[in-house]
Design a protein around this ligand. Sequence first.
Ligand code: FMN
Length: 175
Amino acid sequence: MEVEPSLIHRLFYPQVPLVIAAKAGARASAMPVVSYLSVSEKPPIVAVACAPRGFTCKLARRARCFSLSVLGREESSTVSKLATTSGAAVKDKLAMAGLAYSDGTKLDVPVLDAALATLECRLLSAVRLGDHVLLVARVETAYARDAFREFWDYGKYRPILYAGWQGGLSQYDAS
Ligand SMILES: Cc1cc2nc3c(=O)[nH]c(=O)nc-3n(C[C@H](O)[C@H](O)[C@H](O)COP(=O)(O)O)c2cc1C
């Protein structure tokens, strides 16, 4: 079958979502993202494609920095909450979703207590491409729990394998 443009991104599923989070002034927000990539190793640069009307995207652009977090499958319902509420509707979307956080070690970004790995990212540029904005950022520091030692230990980390929004967050289950 020919795949229509609005379905093309689903050809990439299942994908492991990250959570992008930012804060500025009294506001904090976060949302799951699957449209991300590691762009460069030296220096470490990543990119995230965000809908420009999204509050988290706007906040990250205002703050000029954001965090990216890896969350395990046990946080699936939290990730769902972050996808179904707009950060514009609440003062602190992380608190609304029950996610405790502290300040970044290098940047003024939210670091989620529940994260198995965190990247603190400084925004380098925001490039409009079609209906999304590509946030290109330098990773100032990254750290992980002991589930990661050069590679992930899948005995300790069960990734979310996002398979699309089908009345809720659906996941691919190989077992
Ligand atoms: C698993 C998953 C991945 C998502 N990936 C992206 C993404 O890469 N870029 C994007 O703009 N929105 C993505 N979304 C949608 C946003 O997370 C959603 O629109 C969110 O509510 C925006 O929140 P905000 O208004 O606080 O920014 C994704 C949603 C889900 C469930």
